[in-house]
Design a protein around this ligand. Structure first.
Ligand code: LER
Ligand code: MN
Length: 270
């Protein structure tokens, strides 16, 4: 398994679960100095930084790009893949495509989290799932030439009513024609929704392509009541070799959260 740490450049997401904020070069330097393998970038859009400038930073600080978030499409532009408005759904797909094109050249998959939206207000569950599936087909295929999957994230019930568990996520992905979509296992959401986090990981199995590494209260790993032993054992059991990416609150501050995360990561994976 590999370590990663989040950085947000999205003003509208302030207060959200990202360790570093605003200053990408400084975050890359700190991630590198602390020994993280990669950063995960939550950017306002594909023009946040040029391809060459991003490649330069990753090379200078010897960190990979683990993934790119697409949530700015929701928090900035109010786009979702399941909006009742066809024009908004299309703009949502186009936004995610642009983020796949942003991360893809650096080997980073895009994550669909809040962009999935929810059913209700005139949209039936079946209709929303059909729109979500149609979007995942197109976006999974769009990611394929980059040699990266598309990552789909089940969220807890307060953030979506579509897919809230890894097992429901597997069912969804198995119903697609594309084989290029993988699941995100966010330990915070799983702590709310799964019978146990370890069993949720077993349910996800080979479909799990990314992990958000965080504690029960969304503070850095080790600052809540998460029992990591069975979680790491389950990840090893499914042969997971991807990132444990710290999507956590900058608690008590960004640097302390990063130090806490890498210490816990090493303790658990050494
Ligand atoms: C949101 O709760 C989350 O976990 C993010 O990774 C997706 O927007
Ligand atoms: Mn997450």
């Amino acid at each position: 398994m590999k370590s990663a740490i989040t950085i947000s450049l999205v003003n509208e997401a302030r207060g959200g679960p990202f360790v570093f904020w605003d200053d990408l070069p400084a975050a890359c330097r700190q991630a590198s100095e602390l020994g993280f393998d990669a950063i995960e970038l939550f950017a306002p859009g594909p023009d946040a930084i040029s391809k060459d400038a991003l490649a330069g930073l990753l090379k200078q600080y010897q960190v990979g790009l683990a993934a790119v978030g697409t949530g700015a499409g929701w928090v900035k532009h109010k786009l979702t893949l399941t909006s009742p408005d066809a024009a908004i759904r299309q703009r949502a797909i186009d936004f995610v495509k642009s983020m796949i094109d942003f991360g893809g050249p650096h080997g980073a998959p895009a994550i669909i989290g809040s962009m999935q939206g929810r059913w209700g207000e005139g949209v039936s569950r079946d209709q929303a799932i059909d729109w979500l599936k149609a979007a995942l087909e197109v976006l999974g295929a769009h990611a394929l030439p980059y040699g990266v999957p598309l990552i789909y994230e089940p969220l807890n019930r307060y953030e979506t009513n579509l897919i809230t568990t890894e097992s429901a996520g597997v069912q969804l992905l198995q119903s697609l024609r594309t084989d290029n979509v993988r699941l995100l296992a966010d330990l915070f959401h799983m702590n709310i929704e799964e019978v146990s986090i370890a069993s949720g990981i077993q349910d996800g199995g080979r479909w799990i392509g990314h992990v958000h590494f965080v504690d029960s209260n969304r503070r850095p790993a080790g600052c809540g009541h998460m029992n990591y032993g069975p979680i790491i054992a389950a990840l090893k059991g499914i042969g997971y070799g991807g990132y444990l990416s710290a999507e956590a609150l900058p608690w008590p501050d960004s640097l302390a959260a990063a130090k806490q995360t890498i210490a816990k990561y090493k303790e658990l994976t050494d």
